[in-house]
Design a protein around this ligand. Structure first.
Ligand code: CA
Length: 464
């Protein structure tokens, strides 16, 4: 009886509200990405030194992934994986791209569809705010890669104080790091920002939601905090009088600024009464580079750049109020690539390319009691280093070194079992060899080849 009543109600709803109702049934998707944040540096992973009440609301409203991974241990390739839902080495995005605004091959290859392109096909309005880092050539910029709206910068990092943004446009850069001082872009228009960068991105995110909430939207909010340079305003620094180390104090302040922004974004969803129709993902693009920004990856070994857990296991949480039960901790491994697969599953649209992630929703509602991934993989092309994570093992394979860890019991990767468990090493190595067959060589030169690239491309920068 109840089911019949529900059916009658549903068909009435669809008829009565027509197109708009149908559109509203597609949930909004928000990805909040931080940059170089340590595993330990969120309240939901136990931080007390840096309170993050805003970010923690996502965990309280939904789920904390204790084994949430990204597909690479530095910024660019990790973002390429996230926004395509595919292992980035499958399309040659193996390195951090160089700043090369004249090079149409320096960035995300046009063979790839971004999540924005795919969600647009499902009727979504799409916005990217913050750091791009997937190509500065006009053909590779956010507006050409599926985003209706863009507010941010194109390079791999950026200064935070608006008075330091003195380079009018990226084509005027003369060195790799000049990209850090360019003025921000609103779509293709240069703007004069007046706020601390993190506050500006939070403001833009809240405005984007306010403008677009009547139709399904996808918002990619990619803060560059707490990536270097270490810069924070007194408003945030004053919250941490007890942190003596000045770099750690600035880092805490930068995280705290992000946290205010996340809180404001969640408030906006509540105010508009769309929280129950919106998935909000929170994660960092890679592990903390502890010496560069004073981040903390405890209890994980290693840091940004590594395939030890400290490089690729990140703070990761998701809320979808009313659908995903609140207050969960989910321990099976998941990866940033799953975000794309989840988004296309719930928006019922088909991507052009084969995805490597899975729809997480059935695993979080309890409908699927299995594990999302049998294996997760990583490759560092330049170092000839590979890694694999299974339910219980983690192996890192280098030219002349092998590490094998019982990762369930040894989260800190202290005891290398490779010498004693040669059969297991052989099995995992075989899986890696098999996965390698699906990968391409890099399609562009990376950050570590800055000088070599400039030599090969003497016209890389415009002349004065
Ligand atoms: Ca990063």
């Amino acid at each position: 009886m109840r089911n019949i009543a529900l059916l009658v109600f549903l068909s009435f709803s669809i008829n009565a509200f027509g197109q708009k109702r149908a559109a509203l049934e597609k949930p909004n998707v928000i990805i909040i990405l931080t940059d170089d944040q340590g595993y330990a540096d969120v309240g939901f992973n136990g931080s007390t030194e840096i309170p993050t009440p805003g970010i923690d609301r996502i965990a309280t409203n939904g789920v904390v992934f204790t084994s949430g991974y990204v597909s690479y241990a530095v910024c660019g390739p990790s973002r390429a994986g996230l926004l395509t839902g595919r292992y980035q080495d499958k399309f040659g995005f193996s390195k951090n791209p160089l700043l090369a605004p004249k090079d149409p091959l320096m960035g995300l290859p046009l063979s790839e569809e971004t999540m924005a392109t795919v969600l647009k096909k499902a009727g979504y309005t799409t916005g990217a705010i913050g750091k791009w880092h997937l190509g500065a050539h006009p053909s590779l910029r956010p507006n050409k890669r599926g985003f209706d709206e863009f507010y941010g910068f194109l390079s791999g990092g950026h200064n935070y104080f608006p008075e330091e943004l003195t380079i009018a446009k990226i084509e005027d850069s003369k060195t790799q790091y000049d990209g850090y001082r360019t003025k921000l872009l609103r779509n293709e228009q240069r703007v004069e920002e007046t706020e601390y960068l993190t506050d500006a991105f939070s403001r833009e995110a809240v405005h984007f939601i306010g403008r677009n909430h009547e139709n399904p939207f996808f918002l990619y909010l990619a803060y560059n905090a707490p990536h270097a340079p270490m810069q924070a305003t007194e408003k945030y620094l004053s919250r941490f009088p007890n942190i003596k180390d000045s770099k750690r104090r600035t880092y805490a302040a930068m995280v705290s600024a992000v946290d205010d922004g996340v809180g404001a974004l969640l408030n906006k969803l509540e105010e508009l009464q769309i929280a129950e129709n919106t998935l909000v993902f929170f994660l960092s693009d890679n592990g903390g580079p502890t010496s560069a920004n004073a981040s903390d990856n405890t209890p994980l070994r290693g840091f940004k750049g590594d395939f030890f857990e400290g490089g690729v296991r990140v703070p990761f949480a998701l809320q979808w109020k009313g659908i995903i039960p609140a207050g969960q901790t989910y321990d099976h491994p998941v990866i940033s690539l799953d975000i794309f697969s989840t988004a296309v599953a719930i928006s019922e649209v088909s991507p052009k390319n084969q995805l490597d992630g899975v729809n997480l929703v059935p695993f979080l509602t309890g409908e699927n009691k299995g594990i999302p991934h049998q294996e997760l993989y990583w490759r560092n092309y330049a170092a000839n280093r590979f890694a694999i994570r299974t339910a219980d093992s983690k192996q890192i394979l280098e030219t002349d070194k092998i590490f094998l860890f019982d990762i369930q019991k040894d989260i800190s990767e202290k005891v290398n079992l490779a010498a004693n468990q040669t059969n297991r090493v052989r099995e995992l190595t075989k899986l890696i060899e098999n996965w390698k067959m699906s990968l391409m060589d890099p399609v562009f030169m990376g950050l570590l080849e800055d000088k070599e690239y400039s030599k090969l491309h003497p016209d890389r920068y415009n002349k004065q």
